[in-house]
Design a binder for this molecule. Sequence first.
Ligand code: FES
Ligand code: FES
Length: 166
Amino acid sequence: MAEALVSVTINGRRHALWGEETEVLLTVLRDRLGLTGTKNGCEVGHCGACAVWVDGLPQLACLTLLGSVADRTVTTVEGLAGWWRTLNGNDAYHPLQTAFVDNGAVQCGFCTPGMLMAGAALVRDRPGATAEAVRESLAGHLCRCTGYEQIVRAVLDVAAREEDPA
Ligand code: FES
Ligand code: FES
């Protein structure tokens, strides 16, 4: 296995990480960097709990190798509010985080980081998304508490606001 020094920006901070290029990003985030917001639900791409953004696009950290994120940017749930604040020059949480609370979309919270990362990408890229589009984009994300209706409602709330910010 090839060891290498991998440079990657995570939540706005540059890291130089020495390790196997085949090391799984989920392990790097949780075990080496202490970013435990990204959850380990299955390790094989079936549950969506480990979703992060790589260069702004949702990606499963359990199926992502360290070498593949060299010189790229990774955003985890810990960085979502910071990303939003940088974009808008305010000190607020991402509106989807607030909408999850307002809609009762968090129960045990295990699926929440993955749902937030997928949902935030959707409302950014598809303002005014329909319920069908929201369900489609969250299809790979499992909620063992079965709070799907509240989660979809939270994403729809924000998607509607993004379409008509007034
Ligand atoms: S932990 Fe990655 S999809 Fe389940
Ligand atoms: S809130 Fe418990 S898994 Fe979704």
